[in-house]
Design a protein around this ligand. Structure first.
Ligand SMILES: C[S@@+](CC[C@H](N)C(=O)[O-])C[C@H]1O[C@@H](n2cnc3c(N)ncnc32)[C@H](O)[C@@H]1O
Length: 217
């Protein structure tokens, strides 16, 4: 399961690896996201992909449905970690893993998050929470998951799909390193790049477009 699938880029990546995958999200356009990807690249095997809309606190799946669950950047938007973990434990088959890629313990109070929340002020349902590993361990253990493994991700040295320049400081230095994933949204002609930077410098400004690209892997 791709939990909190969003635009379904992880769903696409898993299907490309030959995995049967279910995109799951609270939004209602999963079909649009998936069909856009499949139309854009006929090599993606549509038969491997299913989708379901619902709330992660009460997942619309039977017990023991999934071999594994991958949650990219979504757990920290959940209101009730206990409920979500008990749902992961319920829908996973014995031996299954729930894998999370999430920000850390000070996420909710970081300057970037505070700025971002201003953009989301129209949406009272949007929350940005901390991921405190002790809490996660407690929730996971209480839900019946048996072990917690942590893989620290280092920025900016995490493996990069594409490296690109996304901005520059007034001193002319360029920034834009980190994990950059090429994403394709619904329209085949449109791509967007997700980037991750540990911290923007104070004088950082976003460039209007991508001026340079270098493929590094
Ligand atoms: C930051 S996005 C990450 C999306 C995707 N994993 C990615 O990396 O682009 C968080 C996602 O969580 C979904 N979401 C928020 N609340 C949810 C809930 N209660 N249950 C399921 N999905 C939820 C949102 O619709 C959104 O797609």
């Amino acid at each position: 399961m791709d939990f909190g699938a969003g635009s379904c880029w992880i769903t696409e990546a898993l299907a490309r690896m030959g995995q049967q995958v279910t995109a799951f999200d609270i939004h209602t356009d999963l079909e649009g996201c998936i069909s856009g990807r499949v139309e854009a690249d006929k090599r993606i095997d549509r038969a491997l992909i299913s989708h379901a809309t619902g709330d992660g606190h009460a997942m619309p799946f039977d017990d023991n449905t999934f071999g594994h669950a991958l949650c990219y950047d979504t757990l920290h938007h959940m209101h009730d970690y206990d409920k979500v973990f008990s749902e992961f434990a319920r829908v996973l088959k014995p031996g299954g893993r729930a894998i999370f890629v999430e920000p850390g313990a000070k996420h909710s109070t970081s300057p970037e998050t505070i700025e971002f929340m201003k953009l989301k002020s129209h949406d009272p349902t949007w929350i940005e929470r901390d991921i405190v590993l002790e809490d996660i361990n407690r929730c996971a253990t209480a839900s019946g998951l048996s072990s917690l493994a942590i893989v620290p991700m280092q920025h900016p040295s995490t493996p990069t799909v594409f490296s690109c320049v996304i901005g520059e400081s007034s001193a002319g230095e360029t920034y834009g390193y980190g994990t950059c994933f090429l994403r394709r949204w619904q329209r085949p002609t449109t791509i967007s790049v997700s980037f991750s930077i540990a911290r923007y410098p104070a004088n950082f400004r976003l460039l209007a477009g991508f001026t340079r690209w270098s493929c590094v892997g």
